[in-house]
Design a protein. Structure first.
Length: 424
């Protein structure tokens, strides 16, 4: 067959390539997509000086005791609207989770949860926290992700925050190789310049301690309206991924600081208030395609006393709401929130598994079904199923039976760009 002639010349194509060279670099460097690694379903914050190597296990024990005192985990499922079969299936998995890994991500808090106790007390606590984290990681009792939240970079607390960060990271580095799950959290960010200052600080710590460049990534807490809409009418949060490419690991929404900054009265401050939804939608747009993860905030309605079941229902509904809106992580503040966190999360994935796996199987096998999926929706289906496996809601054997794909193929479908990079 003769090769058809085209009108555009090689010079025309070269000129277009030249025009789009900056775009190609931008997409390659700043929009790598998600890396396919596990994202924790929650972050637990505790005052830094209360951490011990047994804290995660202690929280799991307290969570199970609260569930047992209120009819068990299956009853919790029914309170969250699960039918009997789903509630039993979820309950057994939540039981295992609370016994084996009750906290996925733990932040030792030197900010609001610690307060101002003077430099000597905070210095001692920072050094002790590093030693305790190193001991827990070495003993295998630390959560998969663990780190600190230090004080913000506003003028009154900047030096203190940097000193705590320095002491913690330096002691960890002196103790040996840093944990893969190390996380650092920069709170109350208002400007891009504060994030650039953080980038400089961790870069210097990497140099001083002979760490690989880029090893110390950090989370940014979105707690101020100035980060959503700046004085020039632009969105500073959208500039963050490009101001320090590859350095930010996540954006975490701060429910109460943000709401209070907008004069929302305390009774109505919530993860589902319209101002919260607006901020989180901006966050989603800002980091789409960058590989930066998102986390929703917390609810301060705690399951204690006579309010356990009502608080569980509220928490479970809010967790489900976040998941449906693409926020796969949130904050938990109390051991009694763990049962509703995992029950709502596991139900979300287990309920969606049959339909998602069926559509995925039809896509892979090129079989006609009730939905005509394209590559973009296939990626979303695979990512949903993979998240369910990674958090323990569903098993790899279930996925293989329903979707006829193993985890490596599932990962490749969810993150095709990653698969292409790996195969080179």
């Amino acid at each position: 067959m003769a090769v058809p002639e085209t009108s555009l010349t090689a010079a025309d194509l070269a000129r277009i390539d030249g025009q789009l060279a900056d775009t190609d670099r931008l997409l390659e460097q700043n929009y790598p997509g998600d890396d396919g690694s596990r994202q924790p379903v929650h972050t637990v914050y505790v005052p830094a000086d209360r951490f011990t190597p047994s804290l995660a296990a202690d929280w799991g024990t307290q969570a199970l005791a609260t569930a047992a005192a209120h009819g068990g985990l299956a009853r919790l499922g029914s309170l969250l609207g699960q039918d009997a079969d789903l509630a039993e299936s979820v309950a057994s998995r939540v039981q295992t989770k609370l016994e084996s890994e009750p906290i996925e991500d733990l932040r030792l808090d030197f900010e609001d949860g610690f307060g101002d106790r003077g430099d000597d007390a905070e210095d001692a606590a920072a050094v002790a926290a590093a030693s305790a984290v190193a001991a827990a990681v070495s003993a295998g009792s630390a959560p998969p992700f663990i780190g600190i939240r230090f004080k913000c970079f506003e003028a009154p607390t900047r030096a203190r925050g940097l000193r705590t960060l320095d002491l913690f990271v330096s002691r960890l580095a002196a103790a040996g190789e840093l944990s893969k799950g190390l996380v650092l959290t920069l709170p109350k960010v208002t400007t891009v310049a504060q994030v650039q200052a953080m980038d400089y600080a961790v870069s210097r710590l990497e140099e001083i301690h002979s760490l690989p460049a880029g090893r110390l990534r950090f989370e940014v807490q979105v707690e101020t309206p100035q980060l959503i809409l700046g004085p020039e009418g632009t969105s500073p949060v959208a500039q963050l991924p490009h101001a320090v490419p590859g350095r930010i690991s996540g954006l975490h929404y701060g429910t109460y600081d943000y709401s209070a900054s907008l004069q929302i009265s305390a009774e109505y401050q919530s993860m589902e208030h319209p101002v919260a939804d607006f901020a989180k939608e901006v966050m989603q747009l800002a980091v789409a395609g960058t590989g930066i993860r998102l986390s929703d905030g917390s609810t301060n309605i705690i399951p204690v006393g006579d309010n356990v079941e009502n608080a569980w229902q509220l928490h479970g509904r809010l967790v489900r709401r976040s998941l449906e809106r693409g926020f796969y992580q949130g904050w938990d503040l109390h051991p009694a929130q763990l049962p509703s966190r995992f029950a709502a999360t596991y139900a979300f994935y287990r309920q969606g598994l049959p339909a998602a796996a069926g559509r995925l199987r039809n896509y892979v096998e090129q079989t006609e079904g009730g939905v005509m999926d394209e590559p973009a929706t296939a990626r979303a289906l695979a990512a949903f199923v993979l998240r369910g496996v990674q958090c323990g809601a569903v098993g790899a054997d279930e996925v293989l039976a329903l979707a006829a794909v193993g985890i490596p193929q599932l990962t490749g479908l969810a993150h095709p760009r990653l698969a292409q990079t790996t195969s080179k």
